[in-house]
Design a protein around this ligand. Structure first.
Ligand code: TYD
Ligand code: MG
Length: 450
């Protein structure tokens, strides 16, 4: 008889092989394969017989969607695309200790107070610990149903029992385990099976399912691809260590825009909403220095002003340092190359540090011009005007490309008291003096002339 062999599963993509390898052949991840109990061939169950003919229905006859549930926590509702869609599954990922449990407890308490049936399943903390957190948040009287359990079977039975909860939180998906599998909790096979069963049940009962997912060292939810494909919405809760701000970001949403962000502040009484984040990401004007530039950006559907800070200093290394926080290092290299090649700037002998103030991560190409302005300002030692915002995309030829929604950006700037802007051609707004630049060397001249 053949020896029962364990199988090897890639913890990044879920691919199953019969032997260990240093690199996963299907997704290319290194050192991601680990051994799990169960045989490689026992993956898909064999089913016998033919399928049955399904009843088809016309699209027009599908019932209109039931109304979304609003938690009343505006930043959270907006990131979800305007409230929670019944029957949908939402994955909330983030580093340990970033505040996922705090946020979800606050959301659940708000929903429970508005009359929704809620269920909070914790596999990580004891009831007493959760009560302690609730007391700190002044939410200990909120009618949230609480269970501490890790067995998937029992959790499913609890969620199925009538009346089914309107909203259920599973904190966290890695702690739940299905006894149908031999693999240990937290492995890809378990996470996939647990997510699959929970999502199916939620679709059937119309429960909104909020799954908490831990993030691995390299910033991915364990078994990311497998779970991200199963859920309707993926939210990441992020923040820089040492900063009070927390950002909830939608990276996938079947029911709303992605790139939407919600901004929170972690206080001693939990997370409070920051409804005017632009003010938060700008430093006090009396500390305004060379190397600072205010970017008028759009995050999701909302305009947001953030400050780019650059520092150029003579290098003491053979290869100068390029350090960047909150922006893409490849884009920094590109902007530096264009400044050298097209604008005659001498940068190669300098260390360059670039950071986005406040711990925010910017991924919009429209930030190129603001980053370039901060760099040029630092290299030339010339301050930019304090009341000026900047946006535009830089192409390799040194041309400045227009970006989306220039008017919304300028309006946000005007609202916060800015009087001037440097922008690609076509941007205008009453009350803001716009200097248009169509090449990067135009920007350099503008800063040089002051
Ligand atoms: P938590 O929600 O437990 O994080 P996660 O579930 O993502 O692991 O948050 C834990 C951190 O938040 C902890 O370091 C303490 C801090 N915190 C506050 O600062 N204020 C509060 O009111 C609460 C409840 C937590
Ligand atoms: Mg937690």
């Amino acid at each position: 008889m053949a020896r029962e062999q364990n199988r090897f599963v890639c913890q990044a993509c879920g691919a199953v092989t019969g032997k260990w390898a240093g690199r996963c052949e299907s997704c290319g991840a290194w050192n991601s394969i680990s051994e799990e109990a169960g045989s490689a061939s026992s993956g898909a169950p064999k089913s016998a017989g033919r399928g049955r003919k399904l009843e088809t229905g016309s699209l027009a006859a599908v019932e209109a969607e039931p109304p979304r549930r609003l938690s009343g926590i505006g930043e959270f509702d907006r990131v979800c695309g305007g409230g929670l869609v019944p029957g949908s599954a939402i994955l909330v990922g983030g580093d340990p200790g970033i505040g996922k449990s705090t946020l979800l407890l606050q959301v659940m308490a708000a929903l429970a107070k508005s009359g929704a049936r809620t269920l909070y399943v914790s596999g990580e903390e004891a009831a007493a610990q959760i009560r302690l957190r609730a007391r700190r948040l002044s939410l200990e009287t909120a009618p949230v149903a609480l269970v501490t359990e890790t067995s998937l079977k029992d959790v499913l039975a609890t969620m199925e029992a009538k009346p089914a909860p309107d909203i259920a939180v599973i904190d966290s998906i890695q702690t739940m385990w299905s006894d149908a599998l031999e693999a240990a909790p937290g492995t890809v096979s378990q996470v996939r099976a647990v997510a699959h069963d929970l999502v199916r049940l939620a679709k059937r009962t119309g429960t909104v399912l909020l799954l908490v997912g831990h993030v691995t060292k390299d910033g991915q939810i364990a078994g990311p691809r497998v779970v991200e494909h199963m859920v309707d919405t993926v939210l990441y809760f992020e923040g820089e260590r040492g900063h009070q701000f927390r950002i909830l970001r939608a990276v996938k949403n079947r029911f709303g825009p992605t790139d939407e962000i919600g901004v929170f502040e972690m206080t001693d009484k939990g997370l409070s909403e920051v409804s005017n984040p632009s003010a938060l990401f700008l430093t006090a004007r009396d500390q305004w220095a060379s190397g600072a530039a205010v970017f008028a950006g759009i995050e999701g559907t909302r305009p947001l002003l953030v400050e780019f800070q650059a520092l150029a200093a003579p290098t003491s290394y053979g290869t100068p340092r390029r350090a960047v926080v909150g922006w893409d290092s490849a884009r920094l290299s590109m902007v530096l190359a264009v400044l050298e090649a097209r604008c005659g700037m001498q940068i190669s002998g300098q260390d360059i540090y670039l950071s986005v103030a406040g711990g925010l991560r910017i991924s919009e190409p429209g930030a190129d011009l603001a980053a370039a302005a901060a760099l040029v300002s630092s290299v030339l030692g010339r301050k930019l005007p304090e009341d000026c915002v900047i946006f535009g995309e830089v192409s390799l030829s040194g041309a400045i490309r227009p970006v989306g929604q220039p008017e919304a950006r300028l309006k946000e700037a005007a609202k916060l008291g800015f009087k001037r802007a440097i922008a690609p051609p076509g941007a205008r707004l009453d009350g803001i003096e716009v200097a248009t630049v169509d090449t990067l060397s135009g920007l350099v001249d503008l800063i040089r002339e002051g």
